[in-house]
Design a protein around this ligand. Structure first.
Ligand SMILES: O=C(O)C(=O)C[C@]1(C(=O)O)C=C[C@@H](O)C=C1
Length: 98
């Protein structure tokens, strides 16, 4: 291998190590988030509160779009990602209420 190819392989490996670390952070962070939403689901079921709260979601989306802009992340992607997670949470909340 030429020096350039060897160096490129090293750089790729370093990026992949960072990606793996960040993926682990994402998974653990999501796990923590679901612990809280699980508790919220139980609370909502016990007090007969609706599974979804559109006003709360609107303020979360607004905040996340702002954070995404500051973090150089596509705000549309951030919005889709949060909506995806919240949809899953709402399904969990509905199961608590069955
Ligand atoms: O904050 C709540 O009321 C929740 O149930 C949590 C959560 C969320 O995942 O952030 C989920 C559903 C609601 O529509 C809003 C927010």
């Amino acid at each position: 291998m030429t020096d350039t190819v060897t160096r490129a392989a090293e750089v790729l490996k370093e990026h992949r190590e960072s990606i793996d670390r960040l993926d682990a952070i994402l998974v653990y962070t999501l796990g923590e988030r679901f612990k809280h939403t699980q508790a919220v689901g139980v609370l909502k079921a016990n007090h007969e509160l609706p599974p979804s709260d559109p006003a709360r979601e609107a303020s979360q989306i607004e905040r996340l779009e702002d954070l995404a802009q500051r973090a150089n992340l596509d705000p549309e992607f951030a919005k889709k990602f949060l909506n995806f997670i919240i949809s899953e949470v709402i399904q969990h909340h509905k199961k608590h209420q069955e």
